[in-house]
Design a protein around this ligand. Structure first.
Ligand SMILES: [Zn+2]
Length: 106
């Protein structure tokens, strides 16, 4: 039995095909990794926009990095985030786990 493909996280339509390890939306052309799409829990930014790996975000708050003296400043732009999912620190960038509630997609 074939498992149904998940709808596109970008346009929510379900005309989706599996291309190797990625899903491709035939409607808007959005591509996303298959293993993330299998996760029901979508990661959303401060505005409720869905975050995907490869997105760029801006910090909406100064963020202290756990276990170091590094502070990521409000307004810092992070390109090419990695959405790892799970819990409230579901975004990784440069080895830091970030709280998606303090990020805004740009
Ligand atoms: Zn789409």
């Amino acid at each position: 039995m074939e498992t149904p493909l998940p709808p596109c996280p970008q346009c929510t339509l379900d005309d989706v095909s599996l291309q190797g390890t990625h899903y491709l939306c035939n409607t808007c052309g959005h591509e996303w990794p298959a293993e993330l799409a299998a996760d029901e829990e979508l990661v959303r930014d401060a505005n409720g926009n869905i975050l995907a790996s490869g997105d760029a975000v801006v910090l909406i708050k100064d963020l202290k990095v756990k276990g170091s003296s590094t502070v990521l400043k409000l307004g810092t732009k992070l390109k090419g985030i990695r959405v790892v999912g799970g819990g409230d620190h579901a975004v990784e960038h440069g080895g830091y786990m970030l709280k998606q509630a303090f990020l805004r997609k740009v």
